[in-house]
Design a binder for this molecule. Sequence first.
Ligand code: CA
Length: 495
Amino acid sequence: STQSRSSAASDVYKRQTPYHVTIACLILLMGLTSCHRESPNPPVNLLIIYPDQMRGQAMGFLGLEHVKTPHLDQFASQSLVLNQAVSNYPICSPTRASFMTGQYPQSHGVWSNCNSLSSPFNYELPTDAQCWSDVLKEKGYDTGYIGKWHLDNPRVPYIDVKNNQGRVKWNEWTPPDRRHGFDFWYAYGTYDYHNRPMYWSNEAPRDSFHFVDQWGPEHETDLAIAYLKNKENKFRDANKPFALMVSMNPPHMPYDLVPEKYKSLYDQVPLDSLVQFPNIPDEGTKWGDYYRKNIKNYYAMISGVDDQLGRIMATLKSQGLEKNTLVLFASDHGNCLGIHDEISKNNHYEESMRIPFLIRWPEHIQPRIDDLLISTPDFAPTLLGLMGFHEDIPPGTDGTDYSNLFLTGDGERPNSQLFMSVNVGKEALGARGVRTHRYTLMIQKDLDKQDQVELFDNQKDPFQLNNLSEKQIEIRKTLTKELEGWLVKTKDPWL
Ligand code: CA
């Protein structure tokens, strides 16, 4: 009987062998298609183009605004376009810190813009933050940063340049130990004179910045092109993969600082055709006139940025880098330009929150438009995931790695995006909200004042003219509950 049991066991073993093989094959197949992807071989390069204050609606191919973006239109046809991407906290520093760290402001601590008003509260990117650039550096990448950084507090004595001469000081040098893994550095904190920008290059000490007599995006693109061409290995180690971020200031104000060749693209466009949206205030009002005064130059700036995108993409192609470079085009926030009587951003309206998000990786990411509710903290983990570094996503990351969804179209999708806005030193107050595919809810909390609530049905009312907060009580309740989920998740003191 022992023999027969042994023989039976052996039979079972034999029968199980193909079963194990099947499981192994299944795991292998799953690995190929989903969570256990290998790092791409050769490693993929990363290139990020990140203009400032470019609203997501202002791209020609979307057909929403009469803005001329031929290069973006072509780029979009080769990219995954996330047409519901938003900035959670639509101002510079909090969002830039969220991009670098994959965290919400509640985690990275950049609760407002870095400037002399907020510096006593220490709102700047922590030196020990784990940024995507730190990870890539550790993984053997050569890393470069060109343009606006705006993640350091201005220090005394303030650097004696424009942007530091008003009541509030903005600009600061980034010391090498605060550059988060970037090998090549050509940047500034905040400096808005686009026709004569200033920079600190790699080795320049704090007092050795220089000025350039060229439009900022054009100059930065010249440098990005030189970095990509890398003649005589002057810019990077040609044996390593690279990651380069080009952070352009336009279309940030002042809007008139844009070359004539881009302004002239709109000379023949009737102004009336650019002011058709019902949420643009009337002519003769302060913000209605502001919109009319600036919209052509705003579009001219976007066309200028678009031109630079074209130059960079042409260089990738001529250098044989086009296929093996992941290219992301996005912005830190949008721009109301007077819509809803708002000068620019820092509010929950669509023009302020919505940002471009286009990502291109030939033969890996299928070109398409997708309404995924992505927001800024998701960028870093998703990029690291796409590049094969799932295991290296820093443990403090709040955002979601959507790389699998980008590559396959499948995966869990969020129901909403968080919105927030904080006054300096008042982290437990200010505005919080959520945006879903259909609705935007915003609750403004101040001391000694009733909460101000706005609720919009963005499908029925895309220009957000009808506040439903007192009419749609059930929807308001549901969305408030959704918001609470975010506030618990982010350990927000506002709750
Ligand atoms: Ca900005």
